[in-house]
Design a protein around this ligand. Structure first.
Ligand code: PLP
Length: 385
């Protein structure tokens, strides 16, 4: 889970620097008053360096990151975008906000998009695929990339849970045309609210920069109020306090991921012999962020029983099963364009996804896991066997 567990003096010191240098909270301008202190800029630059990528743009949330990504790719009314059935509702909301039509593909046993279930959703209007490294486990990216190449589609990676994770030693969020990240309070690193976009192509990046800032092209020869513009945009600018927080949190990211992975392994080592639960499979060469440990049972009833037993042992679950209505597209009756985009009733179409999700129980992984936690998880499962 989370950066919030390790917020401390380092974050405070970075914020202090903003106040020691004039207290300028805006990411642009005021050059005479801030002694070269540009925290959002510094965060973006450090983020690019960390991910070994080029262009990073900080924004106000992970949802905003998706919205700006779609705008930068010129996706809107009349276009279609495919994503996966198991994701947070924000992925689909961003598509709807852009004016495009969302479609959701089934997941497979990895609980991420099933590469074999994408092509049946592609039409002449399809412009992009948004894969989601759900709960920090990498998607089968190579297979999705092949499809994107074949149909000339953009690939966006919703890396909200996958920050610091990698596949084959390449960071998640740097495989596609665009990677989007969330730093909300529940994510691997946090700025309270916030997000980041990494973009491979410089021209697309420039569009994103302008669009997230009312169309401002940040022409170096012009004052901000005289700035050039080629189109409208919106305001998704990150502020300096968030940038300061991000700088301190990013330094802690490798250690957070390492500890989460260790803690997840510790739990699994304690229960793997029980046989009644399987661990969610990951693609080869995955380095997941281990945001959660998802256990897959044989039947829905087993999952409910385990959840109940965990709760009575003082252990809560995360997303599966208790928050499924926010994370499974088959239940989103409040999004008409999603309902109408599919030939069949969406819940029927996503039957496979619903079936496997209903058999899953997800344990949140914390950085500060108590020594007895794995033992408690084992006891909760053994209790109902
Ligand atoms: C958290 C999350 C988002 C949205 O991020 P916010 O910063 O909360 O707006 C988008 N997609 C997924 C998969 C998420 O989990």
């Amino acid at each position: 889970m989370p950066g919030f567990e390790v917020i401390g003096q380092e974050e405070q010191l970075e914020i202090n620097k903003v106040f020691e240098n004039g207290g300028i909270l805006f990411r642009h301008g005021f050059d005479d008053l801030r002694s070269g202190c540009f925290k959002v800029r510094e965060f973006e630059s450090n983020f690019s360096k960390f991910l070994k990528t080029r262009n990073s743009l900080a924004v106000t949330s992970g949802t905003a990151a998706l919205r700006v990504a779609l705008a930068a790719l010129g996706i809107g009314l009349g276009d279609e975008v495919i994503t996966q059935s198991f994701t947070f509702v924000a992925t689909v909301e961003a598509i709807v906000e852009s004016g495009a039509t969302p479609k959701c593909a089934n997941i497979n046993e990895t609980l991420n998009i099933d590469p074999n279930k994408i092509e049946e959703l592609i039409t002449k209007k399809t412009k992009a695929i948004i894969i989601v490294h759900m709960l920090g486990v990498p998607c089968q990216i190579d297979l999705v990339k092949e499809i994107c190449k074949k149909y000339n589609l953009f690939l966006i990676e919703d890396t909200a849970w996958g920050c610091g994770g990698s596949l084959d030693n390449k960071f998640l969020g740097t495989w596609g045309d665009i990677g989007t990240f969330s730093f909300d309070f529940a994510k691997t690193i946090t700025t309270g609210e916030g997000g980041m976009i990494t973009i491979q192509n410089k021209e697309i990046f420039n569009k994103a920069v302008a669009w997230h800032d009312h169309g401002h092209e940040n022409n170096p020869n012009l004052a901000r109020w005289e700035d050039s513009r080629s189109g409208t945009g919106f305001n998704y600018r990150m502020m300096e306090i968030q940038g300061a927080l991000g700088i301190a949190q990013l330094r802690k990211l490798p250690q957070i991921v390492k500890m989460q992975r260790n803690n997840s392994h510790k739990i699994w080592n304690y229960i793997s012999d029980l046989g009644c639960v399987q661990k969610r499979p990951e693609p080869e060469k995955s380095y997941s962020t281990s945001d959660a440990l998802v256990l897959i049972t044989e039947r829905k009833e087993h999952a409910s029983k385990i959840r109940k037993s965990l709760l009575s042992n003082g252990i809560s679950t995360k997303i599966l099963p208790e928050a499924i209505t926010w994370h499974f597209a088959g239940l989103w009756e409040h999004i008409p364009s999603l309902q109408n985009a599919h030939k069949y009733k969406i819940r029927d179409y996503l039957k496979f996804s619903e079936e496997i999700l209903s058999r899953s129980v997800s344990l949140p992984i914390s950085v500060r896991q108590s020594e007895h936690f794995p033992e408690k998880v084992r006891k909760a499962i053994v209790d109902i066997m």
